[in-house]
Each structure stands twice: as C-alpha cells, then as structure tokens.
Design a protein. Structure first.
Length: 90
C-alpha cells in the first residue's frame, strides 16, 4: 500500500482515476504549489484503475444532489482567498 497525491481541478465535477479500492484520506492545498488543490488516497498500486467522481463546491455555491455525495473534507486556499468543500459521488 502507498499514499498517492492527486491534483484536482477547480471544477464542480471531475473524474479521477485511481487504483480500485483506494481509500481517500484527505484534501488540502499542495505544500509545494499552494494554489493547487490536492487529494490524498491510500492505494494498492497493483490494483486495476477505476474512475472516481469528485465534486468541489465553494462556500455559498449550490450543491446539486447532496444525498448522492460523501463529504471528504474542506480545504482553504489562502493565496486565492477561497474555501473548497470536496465530496465524492456515491
């Protein structure tokens, strides 16, 4: 098992490819590129890839179908004065 970092795009909905069965651990600003939003996951690199659907919403933004989303975490992008709330579609 290893921990992988995935850089997210600042989009409402995106698909992230990661090994099957990966456990999403957290989200936050990248330490090396503070304007990048990242997701960290515990993965088995030997597993086949699967697509995971990630949603990102800013504070005050509409959240469509919240009953289909599992909360991952909130990340503050201080250099951009933004707060992102990240969910996985289930």
């Amino acid at each position: 098992m290893k921990i992988y970092k995935y850089t997210l795009m600042p989009e409402d909905r995106q698909v992230v490819e990661m090994p099957k069965g990966a456990t999403i651990l957290s989200v936050g600003a990248d330490v090396f590129v503070p304007d990048n939003l990242c997701l960290w996951a515990l993965v088995d690199p030997g597993e086949r890839p699967e697509m995971r659907v990630i949603h990102i919403h800013g504070t005050g933004h509409d959240v469509v179908t919240p009953e289909r989303l599992t909360y991952i975490g909130t990340a503050t992008m201080r250099s951009l004065s933004l707060v992102w709330h990240v969910f996985e579609e289930v």
